[in-house]
Design a protein around this ligand. Structure first.
Ligand code: AHR
Length: 494
């Protein structure tokens, strides 16, 4: 067993961890919204106003703080007025990005806001810049948030919603460098400035405006965009980065049937987001030295080949312990940069890419990734403290990455909460932890399994969190055992 030293300084309070770092993303894509979340009021699947009760209750248990909608690429062809009013009169459209299927618009603005109410999370809208108009986006905000005498307020009331909704997060476009319009950064920046100008704050509702940021390591986009951004009208810029194990978009590898080499490649690829974030932040510093503009990583996660026999346009993939390790590494990393990262949204919440939930008819399962979000939820709105891990980059069959990742925070009650991940599939580590405070007792939990372990509809509980005894605590020293391929959380109490 190898020992690594971890030092935690609780006196060194570094940043507030926005709960929105634990956010999710839902798109009109495959079976995410339809079947996965929304089945309609007449469905035999138990539902409340059309929303699946099983999915809503699992998301509540995980304490999902914010949900992005309606896309993704879909957002830039979405015309919100087609998704309001009597359902039988709603205009149908082709979902050109995702399988060319018919979108009947039965899930629209009212349904999304109802979903967020049921879950108890903040809504995050992506506005259509690619094929929409300034007026269309401006009126959407008016429709949702205004209580003044106005045509959009009247329309909302006619459609059965008397009071305005609260709406904080607004994305102005999505991937405008790609599916959102193939724009240059300079052109998008001007579009952003114009569109956001007509998204007003009604009745005390204050919008938090997010501009389209770079695709992965495209530093040129950030360089060109940032000079046009001002904190008075830009709260954050986004970053999208997907982990593609092979690095080859034409053959991304399989979600469950993968080699040890592909596992190592996945961990190496996902850790590329760390230096990428630093590079973008350094560019942002040049025009925003006071760090008033945040970074919202509003699409991230693993992207594999679709499951055999499923529609290639639906991006349905299984989810294993490998995904859980990827999730833990990313969340620890986002926590550690909570001074600048204001939000993150894993893609996507149900049945698409790295989902926390999969459904099949009336059946539902929680994926290994789900349990990581559940185990880490105590970090929501906590205070990041300094944690320094003696780490070495280890090579696995010539593929190098950091095996162990960590972050630590102080909870509102004063307890210290530590989340650790051992990505090494072969080695157990003992983490010899020295803290500047003494504690009398602890609670710990673990998620572990073979790298390919996953849950199925017949065996939904193969991978599940459970309480953990692998911690020895004496005052200000804790010895934490991390089995291979494991995620461990420890709450230390005074
Ligand atoms: O999440 C799937 C797609 O990935 C989104 O629609 C798009 O924004 C990104 O390219």
């Amino acid at each position: 067993m190898i020992t690594k030293k971890l030092h935690i300084k609780t006196a060194s309070r570094l940043a507030h961890i926005n709960k929105e770092i634990y956010g999710h993303f839902s798109e009109h894509l495959g079976r995410c919204i339809y079947n996965g979340i929304y089945v309609g009021e007449d469905s035999e699947i138990p539902n409340t106003n059309g929303m699946r009760n099983d999915v809503v209750s699992a998301l509540k248990e995980m304490a999902i703080p914010v949900l992005r909608w309606p896309g993704g690429c879909f957002a830039d062809e979405y015309h919100w007025m087609n998704g309001i009013g009597p359902k039988d009169k709603r205009v149908k459209m082709i979902n050109t990005n995702w399988g060319g299927v018919t979108e009947d618009n039965s899930f629209g603005t009212h349904e999304f806001m109802e979903l967020c109410d049921q879950i108890g999370c903040e809504p995050y809208l992506s506005g259509n810049v690619g094929s929409g108009t300034v007026r269309e986006l401006s009126e959407w905000i008016e429709y949702i948030t205004s209580d003044n005498v106005s045509p959009m307020t009247d329309l909302r009331k006619q459609n059965g919603r008397e009071k305005p909704w609260h709406l904080k997060y607004l994305g102005i476009g999505n991937e405008s460098w790609g599916c959102g319009g193939l724009m240059t950064p300079e052109y998008y920046a001007c579009q952003y400035r114009q569109y956001q100008q007509f998204c007003k704050n009604y009745n005390g509702n204050k919008l938090y405006k997010i501009a389209v940021g770079p695709n992965g390591n495209d530093t040129n986009w950030t360089e060109k965009l940032m000079p046009y951004m001002q904190p008075s009208f830009t709260d954050a810029i986004s970053l999208h980065f997907y982990t593609v194990p092979t690095g080859n978009w034409d053959d991304k590898g399989n979600a469950t049937n993968f080699s040890e080499e592909q596992y190592h490649m996945t961990i190496r690829e996902t850790q590329k987001i760390g230096p990428m974030i630093e590079e973008h932040l350094a560019i942002m510093d040049k025009t925003d030295p006071e760090h008033k503009i945040g970074l919202a990583i509003d699409e991230w996660g693993c992207w594999y080949n679709v499951e055999e026999g499923t529609n290639p346009g639906f991006l349905f993939q299984q989810n294993t312990m490998r995904d859980a390790v990827v999730a833990a590494i990313n969340l620890n990393l986002f926590n550690r940069r909570a001074d600048r990262i204001v939000m993150a949204n894993i893609a996507q919440v149900v049945n698409v890419l790295q989902s926390v939930i999969l459904t099949e008819g009336a059946k539902m399962l929680r994926t290994p990734t789900y349990y990581v979000f559940k185990m880490f939820k105590k970090h929501h709105d906590s205070t990041l403290v300094e944690s320094t891990l003696e780490n070495t980059i280890l090579a696995h069959d010539g593929i190098s990455y950091e095996d162990v990742s960590v972050s630590a925070s102080i909870l509102e009650c004063g307890d210290l909460f530590i989340t650790l991940c051992n990505a090494n599939p072969d080695e157990t580590y003992t983490i010899d932890t020295a803290i500047d405070e003494s504690y009398s007792c602890f609670e710990a939990s673990i998620l572990t399994g073979e790298m390919g372990a996953h849950n199925t509809f017949d065996e939904p509980d193969t991978v599940k969190d459970c309480s953990y005894g692998g911690v020895a605590l004496i005052g200000s020293h804790a010895s934490i055992t991390l089995p291979p391929c494991s995620i461990v959380t420890v709450q230390l109490k005074r």
